[in-house]
Design a protein around this ligand. Structure first.
Ligand code: I6G
Length: 684
């Protein structure tokens, strides 16, 4: 690159980062994912390291964050509030350790490489500095540009977990505690739901919600937002001019011990913080926290590792804006940029036509993503998305990838509006949108090959008839080759039919026939669920079976009778009546009734249903019983098992790694049972 090109590139990046900083720190409205920001910052610092003479005076690499808001008074930090450098891989971590060791070797005659490391999750919040004078909270400031922050004392005062007076009697006259203010995931969800109800936009993520809440000029608003705080270190510590206190001597010589000291004064410390014996334990800690991530009640984006010995920290010192003795070891980005290359339309079991985004493959959240659902026209309108747009894609944990937003400023000239098909893309039947629904549906029913395939897949699926040897691919092949049209046709297949299909051996064919034979004996609840009636899930099917006891009674029930069943409202009742009113459904159902069997339902008295009217929610890993077994056991005693926690929940059963449902239950005061307590309840 010529010098002119380098200068231009640096100027472009600086301008971009300034804009992103303003959007992120001042407006609380980030327009690009953190990964893109980090990439630009790295490109800039690499160029600046290679060509220091070309570095711009106002380069954002010299700043830690955004600018202080005009509307808050300013606070000059007595000690600068630094930032952290990042590593993104095991290799980069090793390089960081090597740099530490080299530097210590240079500065010490006999360097000890076996130093302890203080390890913590990296919270996705907002760094703040709290100042206590003679044990009393007097000031809170944001990091700002690291030298000058915003005075947010009145807002921070409202954070419940921050003490206004330190506990005990032994502490320095002046103590600045630094840490992260954050919004727990459950509080963020509740806040956004409230916003949506009021027709407002809501926050993009818990970090923005925390920042937005701290920047309220009216601290009454902040007080209503459930913010939390974990301390991560110290700022200025000393004896005040008129004081005779303990000053700096009070401080331990280990970072971890200092955190424990801060905790003993009544300040919250993250429970996941751990003292590691040496750098070889870092990778395990990183993996452990990565696995815990979804179950933690707060958002994190990585881990932080610090040399624990304060004397070593002092030898290592600082670079321009970060300590040399600490680094954040970040998780793979959960948000990335990519291009929407095309949109296909898929037809589901109930005829719903779903637009599927075909994306330029992108590595995000640890996997390569090339598809994402766009749900329906409303979602497309909400996103304002067009083909060839640059989009932000998010994949958090095991959750399916989502398109979060469009980077409108990158819209190319060849962007194309997404238009829905006028007829079903599979069978060309008419399409329609029912009143009040956002979903467009194919009206072809079982005439539509796509709906047929999905109906048969559902019929054979694990929670329905659980047909051994019949996976989704095989169903597609059987339908494509014209061997089956309905679920009832499955039972007409012979081993010869199947074994003569492409890529099918005799053994797999025999397995399938055997699987079908044993699937003929089932339960009434599973049979009803397997029919795939719209919105009749497992619980509703079980309730229908328990209430009506025979299939004939379910088939003959009218709207009013159906609505007597727990869980069945107007819409579900209508779906059931409509299903049995269609001749082609009845034909298949009658064929199936002739082939299949299930035991009679025992009538239970109220005495035998001691958990009647009690609603349970199961969450986390139930290692002794497993979720399905626990659910069935609770339902057998009359309990209702729901998927989400609300004020109507009576008990939450929390297994290992329970996450946001546990937090919500605690917030709502719902009784929480361990798996053992649930088993004891079932046995009693
Ligand atoms: O911004 C930060 C977040 C978390 C930090 C930090 C931290 O430790 C867990 N530690 C330091 C030393 C600094 N910033 C400067």
């Amino acid at each position: 690159m010529s010098e002119e090109n380098i200068i231009n590139r640096m100027a472009v990046i600086c301008q971009q980062i300034h804009r992103y900083n303003h959007q992120y720190y001042v407006l609380d409205e980030p327009s690009v994912p953190d990964a893109e920001y980090d990439r630009l910052m790295r490109e800039l610092t690499t160029l600046e390291t290679e060509y220091p003479q070309l570095k711009l005076l106002d380069s954002p690499s010299q700043k830690v964050g955004g600018v202080a808001l005009k509307s808050f008074s300013q606070v000059v930090h007595q000690l600068p509030m630094l930032s952290l450098d990042n590593v993104f891989s095991a290799q980069e971590w090793q390089a960081f350790v090597k740099r530490l060791i080299d530097r210590l070797n240079k500065s010490q005659a006999k360097a000890t490489v076996d130093f302890a490391i203080c390890a913590e999750p990296k919270l996705d919040g907002l760094a703040v500095s709290l100042r206590y004078e003679n044990g009393v909270f007097v000031q809170a400031a944001t990091r700002g540009d690291g030298t000058v922050g915003e005075n947010i004392t009145e807002n921070v005062r409202t954070i419940k977990s921050i003490p206004l007076r330190l506990q005990g009697t032994s502490f320095p006259d002046v103590l600045e505690v630094r840490g992260e203010v954050f919004m727990p995931k459950a509080s963020f969800d509740a806040l956004n739901q409230q916003a949506i109800k009021k027709g407002e936009k809501g926050f993009a993520n818990p970090r923005n919600a925390a920042a937005g809440s701290l920047r309220q000029l009216d601290s009454k608003i902040t007080a209503k937002r459930n913010l939390a705080f974990y301390a991560y270190g110290l700022g200025f510590v000393g004896v005040s001019e008129d004081g005779n206190g303990v000053g700096e001597n009070w401080l331990a010589t280990s970072h971890y011990q200092r955190l424990c000291q801060i905790k003993a004064l009544g300040l919250p410390m993250c429970p996941e913080v751990k003292l590691l014996e040496n750098a070889t334990q870092v990778e395990d800690f990183y993996q452990h926290i990565l696995q815990q991530r979804a179950a933690l009640s707060y958002e994190i984006d990585g881990t932080v590792f610090k040399v624990d010995d304060i004397a070593l920290q002092q030898q290592l010192g600082f670079v321009a804006r970060a300590p040399r003795w600490a680094t954040a070891y970040k998780f793979p980005a959960q948000e990335e940029l990519t291009i929407l290359e095309a949109v296909d339309f898929q037809v589901g079991r109930t005829g719903a036509i779903t637009p599927v985004a075909r994306l330029k493959p992108i590595f995000v959240g640890g996997v390569t993503v090339s598809n994402a659902t766009l749900h329906n026209q409303d979602e497309i309108d909400r996103l304002g998305i067009q083909i060839n747009d640059t989009v932000i894609i998010r994949r958090a944990g095991d959750v399916i990838p989502q398109i979060v937003s469009v980077v409108v400023e990158r819209r190319p000239e060849n962007a194309e509006v997404i238009s829905f098909p006028k007829v079903c893309p599979v069978c060309e039947s008419a399409v329609m949108k029912a009143e009040g629904e956002a979903v467009l549906r194919c009206t072809g029913g079982l005439y539509c090959q796509a709906q047929r395939k999905e109906a048969i897949k559902h019929f054979a699926s694990r929670k329905a008839l659980d047909v051994d040897g019949l996976g989704d691919k095989l169903v597609e092949q059987l339908v494509d080759e014209g061997l089956i049209k309905t679920p009832a046709d499955l039972f007409k297949l012979t081993s010869l039919d199947v074994s003569t299909m492409a890529r099918m051996g005799q053994k797999s064919a025999d397995n399938l026939i055997k699987g079908l034979e044993s699937a003929k004996s089932t339960t009434l609840a599973k049979f009803v669920y397997a029919l795939g009636i719209r919105e009749v899930g497992e619980t509703t099917a079980a309730n229908l079976a328990q209430y009506f006891r025979t299939f004939a009674a379910i088939k003959a029930a009218n709207d009013e009778q159906l609505q007597q069943v727990p869980d069945v409202g107007v819409i579900v009742a209508k779906n059931i009546v409509n299903f049995f009113a269609q001749a082609h459904n009845l034909e298949v159902v009658e064929e199936l009734e002739a082939i299949m069997s299930w035991p009679d339902i025992e009538v239970k008295s109220d005495d035998e249903l001691p958990l009647k009217d009690q609603t349970f929610v199961l969450t986390g890993t139930l290692s002794k019983m497993g979720r399905n077994e626990a659910k069935a056991a609770l339902q057998a005693l009359g309990a209702k098992v729901s998927g989400s926690v609300s004020a109507k929940t009576h008990y939450l059963v929390a297994g290992e790694k329970a996450g946001s449902k546990l937090v919500k239950a605690q917030d709502l005061g719902v009784s929480v049972l361990t798996e053992d307590e649930m088993i004891a309840l079932l046995n009693s």
